[in-house]
Design a protein around this ligand. Structure first.
Ligand code: ZN
Length: 76
């Protein structure tokens, strides 16, 4: 079983922060999200509610939708 060390946690949070900055740059609420599975990012997103005129286009929803579109077997 893979466990995430603090360095990796920092890396993933840094990526989420970068995604939040992307949202801020297009005047969205600055939230970013990553989904991590076995030490790898398998989904990521940033708020796009205004851009997409979609109140459900939250960072975490977009990140989860990316996971749904990927087969977990690809990641191994
Ligand atoms: Zn949200």
């Amino acid at each position: 079983m893979i466990t995430l060390d603090e360095k990796n946690d920092h890396y993933f949070m840094q990526r989420a922060y970068e995604l939040a900055q992307k949202a801020e740059n297009i005047d969205e609420i600055p939230v970013g999200a990553v989904v991590v599975y076995q030490g790898k990012i398998i989904g990521e997103g940033y708020n796009q509610s205004i851009l997409n005129n979609d109140p459900s286009a939250h960072a975490e929803m977009l990140a989860i939708r990316q996971v749904k579109g990927n087969s977990l077997t690809i990641i191994d």
